[in-house]
Write a protein that binds this ligand. Structure first.
Ligand SMILES: [Zn+2]
Length: 279
């Protein structure tokens, strides 16, 4: 089982690896640059080599970047669309420079047009990004909670995007358990859990599911509230997490904690232990 954490990259990307290692994580996710600006940094050779050096001496087997929060590929606003394409492209190019497994992003909002139009713009954006960021780093769609006009909120919607990339293995999915639960996917009951597995399999495919964001949910089932809670401190419940963590189709996928942390400093060793205690 792989348990990772969303760690700070303040002070350099190599520091993210140090922080993940200090907390016994074997997967790491971090920001490359500020998530609140479209201007992405260009990594220097020194950034890359100090990162690689730290990674080489660590137990970390998979690495991810979380894309900037401002990105919105679903938007009808051309300026925002192209700023998002260029920032995500830069993130993918940086990701390739440090051999990330994937860059995880939220699809965005259709801004009063329609989900289908929004998803079609996402497809157009992904094509542009991949055309200008060759390599092996994946671009991973994260499911959203479904507030307002967000797209990519159901596995079916994510599947609609994936269907445009049947010959492009670099497009995959990251399932956030908090977002799925707040969207109405219930893990507390075996038959509903199995129904969800069927949906994941038919719309996404277990091979396209790359990793999880493992979070409890402050909001209740179907609340459409995007607020992460520490594991077992929200509404998903012990049985729900036990089902997720013991599901054979998920066994090889990294579970990345994006929780506030029991000490309030983000996911740490204690939060990882809470997950291990459920096994
Ligand atoms: Zn997430």
């Amino acid at each position: 089982m792989h348990i990772g954490g969303f760690v700070s990259s303040a002070g350099g990307l190599d520091k993210a690896i140090v922080r993940a290692t200090e907390n016994n994580f074997d997967s790491a996710m971090f920001f490359i640059g500020s998530p609140q600006t479209f201007k992405m940094p260009t990594l220097t050779d020194e950034d890359v080599s100090s990162y690689q050096q730290k990674l080489k001496g660590s137990n970390i087997s998979s690495t991810y970047a979380h894309a900037l929060y401002l990105a919105n590929l679903a938007t009808p606003d051309n300026k925002l669309f192209y700023s998002s394409v260029s920032a995500l492209t830069k993130t993918m190019q940086n990701g390739e420079a440090i051999k990330l497994n994937g860059v995880i992003f939220h699809l965005g909002s259709h801004k009063g047009t329609s989900s289908k139009e929004g998803l079609d713009r996402v497809i157009k954006g992904i094509k542009k990004i991949l055309d200008t960021s060759p390599g092996n780093t994946k671009l991973l769609l994260e499911n959203a909670v479904g507030q307002g006009d967000k797209v990519g909120v159901t596995f079916k919607e994510l599947g609609y995007v994936l269907d445009a990339f049947t010959n492009e293995p670099r497009v995959g999915v990251c399932i956030d358990t908090c977002h799925a639960f707040a969207m109405g996917y219930d893990f507390s009951n075996q038959s509903l859990f199995e129904k969800m597995l069927e949906e994941i399999n038919s719309h996404i495919g277990f091979d396209r599911l790359d990793c999880f964001h493992l979070n409890d949910s402050q909001g209740e089932l179907n609340s459409h509230i995007d607020r992460h809670a520490n594991i077992l401190e929200g509404h998903i419940g012990k049985e729900g997490f036990e089902r997720i963590l013991s599901e054979p189709h998920f066994a090889s996928k990294p579970f990345i904690l994006e929780v506030p942390g029991v000490d309030g400093n983000g996911p740490a060793a204690k939060d990882r232990q809470t997950v291990l205690d459920l096994l």
